[in-house]
Design a protein around this ligand. Structure first.
Ligand code: CO
Ligand code: CO
Ligand code: CO
Length: 327
């Protein structure tokens, strides 16, 4: 569902319950919820599932699991346990389902968590994902909000997975052509999360369905802060620009554009293709991190610039919530 529709539904509901244990709940744009147990521990809850984005069932399982675990890492938490969410047409064959689950299970183990069970529904179209529970110190939760004027904006994985998946579905590229993107989607955000925590990040979120700009918008409060983005500094998976210029743009990118439009000022020099890449819905994307100048130094001592992260913009004071996209 696009961000606009989701917002409409949430407005139809009564406001979320107010309890002092709820550190992050329904009222914030964060994807995961945080519930304090005591002075030392809080639970993080999140879940995510979707239809196959690649043909290989094992890789799909890995990607879906990495994606579901990501919201725990975006908050700086440690995943503890996970449950499978499975929709599957029995006619496809149980060996395929077993491969999906094996991929997911191995990824959960790699993340240091345990898979405890799950639930399966017969459905025409396969879908897979996880509900994940994590632990975090209640005083060390990173959320979307908290960036300050002068902070750098850092991104820890390239963009382009929605565009490449669209091209793959249309047989314009093969799974081998998008090997780097598949590796990227299956990679955990764990190291980036630890580096962000250690660097004292002011804010952190992960890039998924709302695209780079949609998730960046979630990092900006109603007023007082803007962000300048340098489009040419954004890391892209191979073939992303080629496929985007051929029109391989997923419908979600247009939904994301409608949602962010009001707050985005495009420099006329930023081409349409690049605009759509910034709006492309991502699967298991990287972390977006707001870092002070000192924080950026610590971060760059922990992870390799260029390979593991790129500085893609900076936060600036602005009367109005706004994203300025420069070439
Ligand atoms: Co999510
Ligand atoms: Co998220
Ligand atoms: Co059940």
């Amino acid at each position: 569902m696009g961000p606009g529709d989701l917002r409409k539904v949430l407005h139809l509901l009564p406001p979320g319950e107010v309890r002092e244990e709820i550190l992050v709940g329904l009222d914030t744009p964060d994807d995961a919820a945080v519930f304090r147990l005591d002075g030392e521990r809080a639970l993080i809850h999140t879940l995510d599932f979707f239809t196959p984005i690649v043909d290989d069932p094992y890789l799909f399982g890995q990607i879906a699991a990495a994606n579901a675990l990501s919201d725990i890492f975006a908050m700086g938490g440690n995943p503890v346990s996970a449950m499978n969410i499975v929709c599957f047409p029995c006619s496809l064959g149980m060996d395929i389902l077993a491969e999906i689950l094996r991929g997911g299970m191995e990824k959960v183990r790699e993340a240091g968590a345990v898979l405890l069970g799950g639930h399966t529904v017969d459905d025409d179209e396969p879908k897979y994902g996880l509900a994940v529970t994590g632990l975090i110190h209640p005083d060390r939760v990173m959320t979307c909000l908290g960036a300050r004027d002068g902070d750098s904006l850092v991104l820890t994985k390239p963009l382009g997975t929605g565009i490449l998946a669209t091209a793959l579905k249309g047989d314009f590229i093969s799974e081998e052509d998008m090997a780097e993107a598949i590796r990227g989607m299956a990679a955990l955000n764990r190291e980036a999360s630890r580096a962000a925590l250690e660097a004292g990040a002011h804010a952190c979120t992960d890039v998924t369905g709302f695209g780079f700009l949609g998730h960046l918008l979630n990092m900006l409060p109603e007023e007082g802060l803007g962000c300048v983005v340098h489009a040419s500094s954004l890391p892209l998976y191979p073939l992303t620009r080629e496929m985007a210029s051929m029109g391989m743009i997923p419908a979600g990118a247009y939904r994301n554009r409608d949602f962010v439009e009001e707050w985005v000022e495009w420099s006329p020099e930023v081409e349409d293709t690049d605009r759509m890449i910034l709006l492309d819905p991502q699967t298991s994307g990287g972390l977006l991190v707001a870092l002070s100048p000192q924080g950026l130094q610590v971060f760059s001592g922990l992870l390799k610039e260029g390979r593991e992260w790129s500085r893609v913009g900076e936060f600036v004071s602005s009367p109005r919530r706004s994203i300025m996209v420069e070439p």
